[in-house]
Write a protein that binds this ligand. Structure first.
Ligand SMILES: NCCCCCC(=O)NO
Ligand SMILES: [Mg+2]
Ligand SMILES: [Zn+2]
Length: 343
């Protein structure tokens, strides 16, 4: 299987993440991508290709023009205001307030985000653009005949809404990929989010549509991020009713239980009969992940990959979360190797 990777991921090198009232070293760090890349090479998974430049048009098929423009100038706008630290949103439109776009950078940071842990600094824009190009290059490989391709995306994307960043995400790489499949002739596309966290952005982007089926398995939002979306009663709206499926699990869920949800998801996908599959691959479901609470083991990712291959679909994997850096390479590449029959 080919892997698409961009060294430009390292342009995202923020020094802060707001966590527990402290500014900590971000969990979403450059070594995550480098460790996965090293494992791809160590396992000779396949060629490693750099992304092509697709420009902003395919990104704007999912994200609003004003949001894209905000991201492009956020850091310089912040610096121009003489702010001493990294750009961190700190004010939002609460209940009863107005959702209009302020002029001030603090107001715009709040308007275009849903959480405060995701700092922005120099290079975030370039890395986010490269990450979307990585996903689009993987999609092009698959439409050009590859059965599957691994988009080693960093920063991740599944929390990003059409005009919201958060959860370490800016551009929704999985949604951009799904829309590219649609724009290139696929009638139906399924997005399966196996990251520990709910793919709230992906759900929201396609929520009223029946051409893209969105499914996510994740930790109970009553207990974990993103807290305000991802419940099982969210099944889609309008044309999209019945085309969103959330499968929620409690702390300490092992693969033996989690895989029952995977089976439900796979059966729903088979019933939907899509022309392509996008897998939002987070491996923060791992038993030792520092910010999550499932108990999957490294060998379980081989089984996950094997089950996904049985769907028989052209498949793009977009890298999402996973923060046990020592294990992330084995866990992510195990999915690809399981997909290719090593299980
Ligand atoms: N306290 C912020 C948690 C952000 C979750 C990031 C993630 O892994 N999403 O998939
Ligand atoms: Mg998920
Ligand atoms: Zn996650």
């Amino acid at each position: 299987m080919k892997t698409v990777f961009s060294p430009l991921h390292s342009r995202r090198q923020v020094k802060t993440e707001l966590d527990g009232g402290l500014l900590i070293e971000p969990h979403e760090k450059p070594s995550r991508a480098e460790t996965i890349l090293a494992r791809v090479k160590d396992q000779a998974l396949g060629d490693i290709v750099e992304p092509e430049e697709f420009g902003l048009e395919p990104v704007k098929r999912v994200h609003t023009d004003d949001y894209v423009s905000f991201l492009e100038t956020c850091w310089q706008d912040w610096v121009a205001e003489g702010k001493p630290g990294e750009a961190i949103p700190a004010v939002w439109a609460g209940r009863g307030m107005r959702h209009r776009i302020p002029k001030d950078i603090d107001g715009r940071l709040g308007y275009y985000s849903f959480a405060a842990e995701t700092s922005i600094s120099d290079g975030t824009w370039e890395a986010a653009r490269a990450s979307a190009n990585v996903a689009l290059t993987a999609q092009k490989l698959v439409t050009s005949g590859e059965r599957a391709a691994f988009a080693l995306c960093r920063p991740p994307g599944h929390h990003a809404h059409a005009d919201l960043f958060g959860g370490y995400c800016f551009f929704n790489n999985a949604a951009i990929t799904a829309q590219a499949f649609r724009d290139q002739g696929c009638e139906k596309v399924a997005v399966l989010d196996v990251d520990f966290h709910h793919g709230n952005g992906t759900q929201a982007i396609f929520y009223d549509r029946s051409d893209v089926l969105t499914i996510s398995l994740h930790g109970d939002p009553d207990l974990v991020f993103p807290h305000f979306l991802g419940f099982e009663d969210e099944t889609g709206e309008g044309q999209g009713e019945g085309f969103n499926l959330n499968i929620v699990y409690p702390p300490k869920t092992p693969y033996s239980v989690w895989s029952e949800g995977l089976e439900r998801a796979c059966q729903r996908i088979a019933e939907f009969k899509p022309d392509a599959l996008v897998v939002a691959l987070g491996v923060d479901t791992f038993e030792d992940d520092p910010i999550s609470f499932f108990k999957l083991k490294s060998e379980d990712y081989l089984s996950l990959g094997k089950r996904l291959e049985q769907l028989g679909l052209p498949t793009v994997f977009t890298m999402e979360g996973g923060y046990d850096v020592d294990a992330i390479g084995v866990n992510a590449v195990n999915v690809m190797q399981g997909f290719e029959g090593k299980a």
